[in-house]
Design a protein around this ligand. Structure first.
Ligand code: PEP
Ligand code: MG
Length: 563
């Protein structure tokens, strides 16, 4: 690639990064198909198990050095290397004469395919598994471990097909200026760790690995634009704008509010207590979406009442006097749980037994969770609200509200993420205490576009006027019934769209902690009337791009934030 070119991906960690490209290529070649060992199966097995143990120990040592979130990720990888079922399939293959390196490669391959087929969070763990495999194959074939240079010189932009936690865990802003990957989504480890490190990152950037090593690139982790060989003036301009933006964001503090004083509580989306420090540091006023299924993922059995109680209590304790909205288990489709398999074959899991449907089918799981929640709220000053995912009808909303009342839970709401619930919101509102709109699934179902498919990204765009209409219908119905209506899907994290959502009638916004400062700053720069005009202009547009452009003309304060 020569001359100045611009590639475009998804910005997942805001900020500007500039430096020469370091290409992380798959440095460990696949062991030849059909490779055989020298006949001593026992010796080969011992060699493989020693290699897997060496890899596990190395990952753990890196984790201890890194600490925090990275340590948890690396420990999980070490567990993959020590997995007994994996060892079993390696042993069997070696027994049949397969060389150790090939046996390892094939055994990991089986797991990888299963994870990739599961989709969602699990599919995004496939890169972690590949990395463990490559490390073990490298040890067995006498090659250096794959990885990233130690640093010491000018910070580089790390470009890869995908990044494994072991590549990124020991990096810092001093070593790496930005991450760019061709694969990955907003919930991949590249994204999570980049945000935790404060390193700008762009994922799903097609063509990135085609950039020559050493080429200087400018990465915008907010817009997702990656420019090769940028003129010096452009780099300076981008850096200055970023510094100014950081200063403005740091200056906006306090509760969420429009310029004319309409309160819009800004809440955090969390997956568990580990996300609390970032939420508190970003000034979250409470929790708008606690995705409790993280407590249930990757387990053979549901967590017991005590374990759940402890996790919920920790979250409530973090927000004395604040509001904490906990979503009941959202199992199925992109969040499959080993101990809650669907009752039969499901050709379309996203349209199958999931969310509230699954919860109803397993009353003991539901009762345990609601009991643990009620106990956690008891004697706590935080205001606990509980909501159900994937509600489609009034009967389901009534059923859930009644189940919460029976469990002694004072506030029961529903997510609006199925179009039928949005269209009939006026009928559903009296049955519950609040709505929270899940724009990720609402877009998936409104446009019949699988949210896991990158190729359908344009239909998943939350600026689509049809989606804005559904949000407007739901928010208006809630407000007329005197109920609150939040948004907790990814749409709330876009500062421009956040203003439009307020204009559509939404009363609170919940997002990943990293997005809170920019949304807070965007709201303080616009009045409720300006938000209303922006919402109207966006709904009158004929496409997502037109809606975005029309809203921007009504929200001039965003220019000073370089958004
Ligand atoms: C949503 O669907 O918008 C949502 C917030 O829920 P999840 O992303 O967990 O499905
Ligand atoms: Mg959802």
């Amino acid at each position: 690639m020569d001359g100045t070119t611009a590639l475009s991906g998804t910005g997942v960690s805001p900020g500007i990064g500039y430096g020469p490209v370091h290409l992380l290529v798959a440095e460990v070649p696949e062991p030849p198909v059909g490779a055989r060992h020298d006949g001593d199966a026992e010796a080969e097995r011992a060699r493989v198990h020693a290699a897997l143990e060496q890899v596990a120990a190395d990952l753990e040592a890196r984790g201890e050095k890194a600490g925090g979130e990275a340590q948890a990720v690396l420990s999980a990888q070490a567990m993959m290397a020590r997995d007994p079922a994996l060892a079993e399939s390696v042993n069997t293959a070696i027994g049949a004469g397969t060389a150790g390196a090939r046996a390892v490669y094939d055994a990991f391959g089986g797991y990888r395919d299963a994870l990739a087929a599961a989709g969602g969070y699990l599919a995004e763990r496939a890169a972690d598994l590949d990395d463990v495999r490559d490390r073990a194959v490298a040890v067995l074939t006498g090659q250096p471990m794959p990885g990233v240079p130690e640093g010491g010189g000018e910070p580089f932009v790390l470009v890869a097909r995908d990044l494994a936690p072991a590549d990124t865990a020991l990096l810092s802003r001093e070593v790496v200026a930005a991450f760019v990957t061709e694969e990955g989504g907003p919930t991949s480890h590249t994204a999570i760790l980049a945000r935790a490190l404060g390193v700008p990152a762009v994922v799903a950037c097609a063509g990135a690995t085609g950039i020559k090593a050493g080429t200087p690139v400018l990465v915008d982790g907010a817009t997702g634009i990656v420019r090769t060989d940028p003129p010096a003036g452009e780099v300076d301009g981008a850096r200055k704008a970023d510094e100014a933006r950081q200063a403005v964001l740091a200056a906006a503090t306090g509760p969420g509010m429009t310029a004319d004083g309409r309160p819009v509580p800004l809440l955090a989306n969390i997956g568990g207590p580990a996300d609390l420090p970032a939420a508190l540091a970003a000034g979250a006023e409470g929790v708008g979406l606690y995705r409790t299924e993280f407590l249930f993922l990757d387990r053979a059995q549901a967590p017991g009442e005590e374990e759940q109680y402890a996790a919920y209590r920790e979250v409530l304790d973090a927000f004395p006097g604040g509001r904490v909205i906990v979503r009941t288990l959202d199992a199925g489709a992109d969040k499959p749980l080993a101990f809650l398999p669907p009752p039969g074959e499901e050709p379309n899991p996203a349209l199958g037994e999931r969310g509230l449907r699954m919860f109803r089918a397993h009353p003991q799981v539901m009762e345990t969770q609601l009991r643990a929640l009620a106990r956690a709220a008891d004697g706590n000053t935080a205001r606990l609200a509980v909501m159900a995912p994937m509600v489609a009808t009034r009967e389901e909303a009534e059923w859930f509200a009644q189940a919460c009342r029976t469990a002694g839970l004072p506030e029961a709401g529903i997510m609006i993420e199925v179009p039928s619930a949005a269209l009939r919101a006026a009928d559903l509102a009296p049955a519950v205490d609040f709505f929270s709109i899940g724009t990720n699934d609402l877009a998936q179902y409104a446009f019949a576009a699988d949210r896991q498919l990158g190729s359908l990204g344009a239909l998943q765009d939350p600026w689509q006027p049809a989606l804005l209409d559904l949000i407007h219908t739901a928010a208006t119905a809630a407000v007329s019934a005197g109920k609150g209506c939040g948004v907790c899907g990814e749409a709330a994290a876009d500062p421009l769209l956040a203003c439009v959502l307020v204009g559509l009638g939404v009363t609170s916004l919940s997002m990943g902690a990293a997005s809170l400062p920019a949304v807070r700053a965007a709201l303080t720069r616009h009045t409720a009337d300006q938000c209303g005009l922006a919402a109207q202009a966006a709904r009158e547009a004929g496409s997502a791009d037109e809606a975005r452009a029309a809203a921007r003309t009504q929200l001039p304060g965003l220019a000073s934030l370089a958004m």
